[in-house]
Design a protein around this ligand. Structure first.
Ligand SMILES: *Cc1c(COP(=O)(O)O)cnc(C)c1O
Length: 425
């Protein structure tokens, strides 16, 4: 089934017209197809179903932390990768199995560490300082913590430099050549159970070979870690599989699995333990499930043809931050011919507030609805209230049913937790 399609000149999400959605819920509006989400979740499960080893999928919460979406993934058997106290809180609310909620992060506070240990989740540890703190707090709380170290595998995938995380110069992880000293220390640390090895090489990677390289590095480390008398529970190669923003193709979970499975099966034979493979997909689970609908407030012919819409980098930061490309269509003119070249700009008081540059579209008019595709990952989760703009609503479409899964923010939420001292009242 096509989850996003054209019917009678309008864009539909499953069985619902986008024009109707904006009429009912207002604009801007994030719209997620439940079918697309389940399809992506199942694609990973099916891709690895023939592996001779156990595989766990830990959804990367930072990509999209909507609770309803996380509950759907939880029902599919997913765990979660969290990167902060707030994401841990959300993952626990969503009900993920704590055994498979990995607490990541390169700079965890004592407060966050305490929260994670009390919740009983495993940790990915990024430094010896963190190991020391985790051990100390675990002892205090009389708890045992399963840990992995995040290794820096020194791999440079071909992606945007801001989202490459496995380079030698990246802030993440411990250099893979020297991580064994950290493991030695961990084995001797009270409250610490050495359980795994973790790495994550970056995001929007459209080539499978860097993942294979990373997996090999993880196995190189695993062989040494086992010599310390450790039973490895999991080897985690992170997330990062890219999606097809431009319509030029991208590797699928199946392509990914076909390269990863044989390497894992070959190399695990040399280990004494039988570790599970953990994978942490974010973008490739939620990215293409969601569109951002935004109403045209004005069309202006200046040096360029500008289409001013009601969503900007406050709601979708990727174009402004990474120069990212998102496909756009006019949701109420799907069958009209392309007439001109337009630049879609948001309402934010910054000239960098551009959603899409120089796009051929049908003649755009005030009141039209623009749909921005592939906005499900790092869209709402990176949104802000900049310029005093309320965050928009989110809806979930399941065939002919629509569920409001997040209300639009109110004005008091713009005021937030501010306190005006009586002297200034
Ligand atoms: C961001 C992140 C992921 C998910 O990356 P995607 O590119 O969205 O798949 C997985 N693991 C860790 C540690 C991350 O930081």
């Amino acid at each position: 089934m096509e989850f996003f399609s054209e019917r009678n000149g309008e864009l539909y999400v499953e069985g619902i017209s986008c024009v109707d959605l904006v009429e009912q819920f207002g604009s801007p509006l994030y719209v997620t197809s439940k079918g697309a989400l389940e399809k992506n979740a199942e694609a990973y499960i099916n891709a690895f179903s023939k592996a001779s080893f156990e595989v766990r999928f830990l959804y990367a919460v930072k990509a999209n932390n909507n609770l309803t979406l996380m509950k759907i993934l939880n029902r599919k058997g997913y765990g979660a990768d969290v990167f902060s106290d707030g994401e841990l809180y959300l993952a626990l609310l969503a009900g993920f199995n704590r055994k498979y909620v990995l607490f990541n992060g390169n700079s965890k506070s004592e407060e966050e560490i305490r929260m994670g240990i009390e919740a009983g989740v495993p940790f990915s540890i990024d430094s010896l300082d963190e190991l020391e703190t985790v051990s100390k707090i675990a002892e205090e709380l009389c708890k045992e913590v399963r840990i992995a170290f995040r290794i820096n595998p020194d791999i440079s995938p071909n992606t945007h430099p801001k989202i490459a995380t496995g380079l030698k110069t990246s802030k993440f992880g411990i250099p893979w050549e020297s991580v064994i000293d950290a493991y030695k220390k961990a084995v001797e640390s009270p409250g610490i159970v050495v359980s795994g090895i973790h790495c994550h090489i970056g995001s929007q990677i459209k080539d499978v070979s860097p993942f294979v390289e990373a997996l090999n590095r993880v196995f190189d480390v695993a062989e040494k870690v086992e010599k310390l008398g450790v039973e490895l529970e999991f080897l985690d190669i992170g997330g990062g599989l890219g999606i097809d923003y431009e319509g030029i193709g991208a590797p699928t979970p199946k392509d990914f699995a076909e390269e990863i499975i044989p390497v894992f099966e070959r190399r695990v034979k040399d280990l004494n333990s039988k570790p599970e493979l953990w994978i942490e997909p974010g973008r490739s689970i939620v990215g293409n499930t969601t569109i951002l609908l935004t109403r045209v407030n004005a069309v202006k012919k200046a040096y360029k043809n500008f289409v001013a819409v009601d969503a900007g980098f406050n709601l979708l930061l990727r174009p402004a931050m990474y120069g990212a490309y998102h496909r756009v269509v006019v949701a109420n003119r799907m069958s009209e011919e392309k007439r001109d070249v337009y630049t879609i700009v948001g309402p934010i008081c910054e000239s960098g507030d551009i959603l899409a540059e120089d796009r051929e579209l049908p003649e755009v008019k005030k009141g039209d609805v623009i749909a921005v595709f592939d906005a499900g990952a790092y869209g709402f989760s990176m949104s802000s209230q900049y310029n005093g703009r309320r965050r928009c609503a989110e809806v979930l479409v399941d065939r002919d049913r629509v569920y409001l899964i997040r209300e639009r923010e109110s004005y008091p939420e713009i005021v937030g937790r501010q306190i005006v001292p009586p002297e200034f009242a």
